[in-house]
Design a protein around this ligand. Structure first.
Ligand SMILES: [Zn+2]
Length: 322
């Protein structure tokens, strides 16, 4: 068989595994639960076991593997191979993840921030194919960002670059968990948009069909808001359009700084498809400067939740491939 890299994408609920060959073909993608109750050693053991399982599924040995790429939530240091902290994984404090996995598997290992890895995954195998410069925005619980410049992940001087979710778009706006106010995450993540809409309904007397959903479920989702918007609810329309406008504002800013070929939208919110894309593109074109035509394309991600594991393997290819 040809050479492969193994990708391992660590999440709070699942760890994903897969292989990527030299022609960017991904295979053997599967997931195992993150054993939250077994502490950090149990989590690392599961990562090692899954990597071995991926190899045995493909019938390959260490000689066929160029490297193992690990994507992890951070903050972390890619160069040092250490995860400083990861709120959703118990015991993940100053863990030398790269060294431990490399030693256990006897293979070279790379470490990358999970959001950056997802960006590289879309760049190599998904919506960013044929791009040289690409931005990924993952609109889920929060807003994750990945920036690819000339085919490489942008890290910055202190390895905390591309935290696009914490781009400021509203002066003195909503307080964010990061300590800033007015971060795009507070306006454009599926979770925060819905939470703030629910709060607005609870504290005001705006008529809206979403009120019944809120009373029945105790919470709102981005899907509820989109569905009620489509059914003609004025409040839902306002909430959805505000989110799209802020997202477009972010995209114009990223275009001005980076001039990417493509900005790719991913995560739970992107499941709305054209209901998200069309209004974002409309606002983007309206807000965009008039000195040149808008040339950065805004597109939907194509890899779903496999982007992270594919990108993690892609990082290993870039680091250890010839
Ligand atoms: Zn923030």
């Amino acid at each position: 068989m040809g050479k492969v890299c193994i990708g391992v994408d660590l999440g709070g609920t699942f760890i994903k595994f897969g292989l990527l060959d030299e022609s960017r073909k991904a295979s053997e993608i599967f997931q195992l639960p993150t054993p939250q109750d077994k502490g950090i050693d149990g989590v690392i053991d599961q990562m090692i076991a899954g990597a071995r399982q991926a190899m045995s599924k493909a019938g390959c040995t260490n000689g066929d593997v160029v490297g193992v790429g690990v994507g992890s939530p951070g903050p972390l240091s890619m160069s040092k191979g250490i995860v400083y902290n990861s709120p959703n994984i118990p015991g993940m404090t100053n863990v030398p993840l790269k060294a431990r996995i490399s030693a256990a598997l006897d293979l070279p290992c790379s470490l990358e921030n999970a959001a950056n890895a997802a960006g590289l995954g879309e760049f190599l195998c998904g919506a960013g194919r044929q791009c040289r410069h690409m931005v990924l925005l993952t609109l889920g619980t929060g807003v994750g960002g990945g920036v690819i410049v000339d085919g490489k992940v942008l890290h910055g001087a202190h390895e905390i670059g591309a935290e696009l979710g914490h781009t400021l778009i509203v002066p003195d706006g909503r307080k964010c968990g990061c300590g800033q106010r007015g971060c795009i995450e507070q306006y454009c993540s599926a979770t925060f948009m819905s939470t703030h809409a629910a709060k607005a309904l609870e504290s005001g007397d705006r008529p809206s069909s979403l009120r019944q959903v809120l009373q029945a479920d105790g919470t709102l989702t981005s899907k509820d808001i989109n569905e009620h918007r489509k059914a003609g609810d004025a409040f839902a329309l306002e909430v959805w359009d505000e989110m799209c406008r802020y997202l477009a504002m972010g995209c114009v800013t990223y275009s001005r700084i980076l001039d990417p070929d493509r900005i790719v939208l991913a995560g739970g919110m992107a499941a709305a498809g054209d209901d998200l894309l069309a209004p974002v593109v409309k606002h983007y074109n309206q807000m965009h400067w008039k000195m040149t035509e808008p040339r950065t394309e805004i597109a939907l991600a194509t890899l779903g939740n496999a982007a992270g594991v594919i990108g993690a393997a892609g990082v290993a290819w870039q680091e250890f491939g010839s």
